[in-house]
Design a protein around this ligand. Sequence first.
Ligand code: HEM
Length: 189
Amino acid sequence: MNKPDVIHKAMEELDTVVGKERLVQESDICSLNYLKSCIREAFRLHPYHAINAPRVAMEDTTVAGYLIPKDSHVIVSRIGLGKNPRVWPEPLEFRPERHLNDGVGVVVLAEPDLRFVTFGTGRRGCPGVSLGTSFTMLLFARLLQGFSWTKPPGAGTVSLQESPTSLALAAPLVLQAKPRLAAHLYMEN
Ligand code: HEM
């Protein structure tokens, strides 16, 4: 809501790839690279939890030149990774385009290189990557395809301040939704 050009591009992609005659489906997700980039950007800037589940080093090891002695408790800062300026230029900017040409041309929500943590990686990585990607994308895509979103009259910039006790928004997000598809489509599924 704070980036009208981004929401405009996302809706344009939906209208081009899916159209307005049917609801977006799971099978469309692979073609919705701009929407996936929006979600990647949201995961990078606003991870579900501030830190990863703690790990204990079972033996001495070296990571990126740093010695991690056996029995160390290792806690990874997700917020720190996602906002690392050495990896992400202008890290606080919500800019989905940065993910579009980043890789092999297909945008995925997982980030095995751990430049930010979405699903983790390796033996204890999330086994729900596929389901997690599908429901996150489908919910987002349907909310965008199905409704035009506006802020209530008089509302300013949406505050992204997080609550001090969790990473939920400190103030609830209040928006107005106006249907933008034919009425019968809302009865399906
Ligand atoms: C967008 C949705 C989701 C996100 C962002 C997510 C993220 C994560 C992350 C970061 C971890 C920890 C990985 C690590 O410590 O290296 C994890 C673990 C796990 N996730 Fe997910 N997850 C999602 C959805 C799901 C779903 C849908 C399922 C099950 C159907 C699931 C099941 C699990 C389980 C069982 C683990 C523990 C794995 C282990 O410790 O061996 N997750 N998830």
